[in-house]
Structures are given as structure tokens and as C-alpha cells.
Design a protein around this ligand. Structure first.
Ligand code: F6P
Length: 366
């Protein structure tokens, strides 16, 4: 029986989203289903007096092979609609109603939501007690902070982009015999910092999960120079704090749940502290460059796999699930279970934390 399925991308974009969309499109087409691309995340699905579903019918010209490599999302994405609706005085129930109305209006049999941890929590809230929305969730985020999957779509490309940037920074660090602090993204998780730091040969890697000691960082710089290395690379995750450097209150107008704070620049702070001690030091914040970049092979494969399997789930009438990929196997998890413990974080006994320490990289917490 023919089906009409929607797909949307929500939350911060990343490379690999278009691979998911293309995989879903090709599988849907093979099954003679229609795949509707909903634009601007959940906002595009909503229907009320002011908002109407915002969508495009996906086709072979849109979903050609270039989608495998193209960063961003052809469907656009959104991070602020929910918080702005709440700020306008609408309740979660109002928003839920708009979304169900939009889903009905489009006559969908299911919808694939490609999002991060925040989108998953929101989706769980929007679908709680509602059996009308048939959803399948595909995890994507450069932060890689979604539990139960080894990698979320987009993480590995962002690490590759960060590694390339750090390698470029290393050449100037060497020419000027400097210490360079490179601040990377990742929100409350240190995965980008750890993986990019290790893969680019950083000397110090600071992550929000582990406390650090400035004296140990200085000792590492000193050790580098004493051992004949003429520079030092410090990779720091954006949300790292210290006793005298805090980002800000974790609440913005009472709606922090649906939005996030901006970080204040730990890289700049650290570089100043290091410079005060006589070591010449500069900082670079990589920022949103980590969300772009030609999709790496691993993200093309992961995105394609999850896009295809999302359609297969809907085809089987299986809903309320998150797809994950762990230890080389596809896993199908209940969204209601995943949200109980959604956020992944680094632990001291993680494999790559141990490797970093074995290499003599300073990672903090001692
Ligand atoms: O969650 C992905 C992410 O890129 C984080 O690493 C970063 O802190 C945040 O989004 C930036 O969000 P925005 O683009 O809204 O400033």
C-alpha cells in the first residue's frame, strides 16, 4: 500500500543531513511511497491560523548524488521556534495541537525527524499521550552527545574539519614558536575536543567532563620546550569552565529547556592566562566552520543507512523509535526509553581518554 511520509531536520545543522534525506528518498521511491520534505523543522509541520505546513515534494533532481557530499540541510533547520512559541505565551499542548493539525493536513503516514538530544526530548514531549504522530528519530549532532549510538550523523565530519584546521594552526604555531589554544564546539560534551585533539596530535585536551589545573597546562608547555618541541597545541571544548571563569546562568527568560546559552570564550580566557606567565600564546575559536565541510565517508554511510532504515521502520508500521548504530549493528530503541538517559558524556575510563593519557596528553582531572 502506498504511503506518504514526511522528513524534517531540526536543531543545529551538520554535514550528513542530506545523506539521510537522500537515503530516505531512494528507499521511499523504491517502495513507491511519497516522501515530503518538511522545511524548517517542527515549525514547518505546524498548522494554525498563522502557520501552514511548509514542505516540498522531494524528487530525484533534489536528491541526486551531490546530496551525499553537500553539508547543511536542503530542508533547512530550526533551533528557536519552540522557545519563541513559549515566549509568546503558547503552551506545549498548543504547539502539539498545531503539529498534529499539520500532520493531519498533510495526510502523513509517518514522519522522520532528524535531530539532536534537544530535539529528541522535545519530540518526546510533543508525542507524549498522542497516538496520532507516527515518528521515527534519526540522531544527528556534531556534539555526539546522544546515548546508545556510537556516532551521531555529522560528528565524524566535524572532527575531520577540526583536525584540518588544527593542522593549519600548527604550522603557524611552529613558525612563531607559540602556544595555540583552539576552542572547539561540543556543548556539554568533550567528544569533538578529544577526537580532534588526539587525531591532530594536541598536547593538552580540555573537556567539560574533567576538571583541569592551569599549573599542569603550564608544566606541559614548559616540558614541550625543554624537550625540543618549539610549540604547543591546546584543544579546549567550548563549555569548559574554571573557578574564575563561568559561562553564565543556565536559564534564559525561563525557557532554557528549549534553547541554549552562548559560551563566553574559554579559549581566549586560557590564552590570556597562559600569556601572563611569559609563554607567547594565541587563541582561535573554530566555531560554525565545524558544522560545514564536505560530508566524510563515514557520515555518508551512516546517513544513508539511517535514512533507508527509517523508511523500512515506517514501512513495517514501527513507530516511536530512535535508530542507533553501535558496534557495527543497527539498533532500534524506544524514544521513551532513550530520553530517560539521552545525554552521552566522556568518562575517565573511555578508551580514547586512556589512549590520550598513555600518550602523555594532559586531559585534566588530576
Ligand atoms: O549542538 C550543535 C552546536 O553546534 C554546538 O556544538 C554549539 O554550541 C551550538 O550548536 C551552537 O549553536 P548556535 O548555532 O545556535 O549558536
Amino acid at each position: 500500500m502506498s504511503k506518504k511520509i514526511g522528513i524534517l531536520t531540526t536543531g543545529g545543522d551538520c554535514s550528513g543531513l542530506n545523506s539521510v534525506i537522500r537515503g530516505a528518498y531512494l528507499r521511499a521511491t523504491a517502495l513507491k511511497y511519497t516522501l515530503v520534505g518538511i522545511r524548517r523543522g517542527f515549525m514547518g509541520l505546524a498548522y494554525n491560523d498563522m502557520l501552514h505546513p511548509d514542505y516540498i515534494e522531494l524528487n530525484g533532481a533534489i536528491c541526486d548524488e551531490t546530496m551525499l557530499t553537500k553539508s547543511g540541510s536542503v530542508l533547512l533547520s530550526d533551533t528557536k521556534w519552540m522557545s519563541s512559541e513559549i515566549q509568546k505565551g503558547r503552551t506545549v499542548e498548543d504547539v502539539k495541537k498545531s503539529i498534529v493539525d499539520g500532520y493531519r493536513k498533510l495526510k502523513l503516514d509517518g514522519v522522520i525527524c532528524v535531530g539532536g538530544d534537544g530535539s529528541l526530548k522535545l519530540l518526546n514531549e510533543l508525542t507524549a499521550g498522542c497516538d496520532e504522530l507516527n515518528v521515527v528519530f534519526v540522531p544527528k549532532t556534531i556534539d555526539n552527545d546522544v546515548n546508545y549510538t556510537d556516532y551521531a550523523v555529522g560528528f565524524q565530519t566535524s572532527v575531520a574539519v577540526a583536525v584540518e584546521a588544527i593542522e593549519n594552526i600548527r604550522s603557524t604555531a611552529k613558525s612563531h614558536e607559540r602556544t595555540m589554544v583552539v576552542e572547539v564546539m561540543g556543548r556539554d560534551a568533550g567528544f569533538i575536543a578529544l577526537y580532534a585533539g588526539l587525531a591532530s596530535g594536541a598536547d593538552v585536551i580540555l573537556v567539560p567532563e574533567f576538571k583541569y589545573d592551569l599549573e599542569k597546562i603550564k608544566a606541559k608547555i614548559r616540558e614541550n620546550f625543554q624537550n625540543g618541541k618549539n610549540h604547543c597545541i591546546i584543544v579546549v571544548a567550548e563549555s569548559v569552565e574554571s573557578a574564575d571563569f563561568k559561562h553564565s546562568e543556565r536559564e534564559v527568560d525561563g525557557v532554557i529547556k528549549y534553547t541554549h546559552i552562548s559560551y563566553k570564550g574559554i579559549g581566549h580566557y586560557l590564552a590570556k592566562k597562559i600569556q601572563e606567565t611569559g609563554f607567547e600564546c594565541r587563541s582561535v575559536k573554530l566555531g560554525h566552520v565545524q558544522r560545514g565541510g564536505e560530508t566524510c565517508v563515514s557520515d555518508r554511510l551512516l546517513g544513508t543507512l539511517l535514512g533507508v532504515e527509517a523508511i523500512n521502520l515506517i514501512s513495517n508500521g514501527t513507530f516511536g523509535k530512535m535508530l542507533a548504530f553501535s558496534e557495527n549493528k543497527l539498533k532500534i530503541m524506544d524514544i521513551s526509553e532513550v530520553v530517560k538517559n539521552v545525554n552521552a558524556a566522556l568518562k575517565m575510563d573511555d578508551k580514547y581518554v586512556g589512549i590520550a593519557r598513555d600518550l602523555g596528553v594532559y586531559v585534566g582531572e588530576f
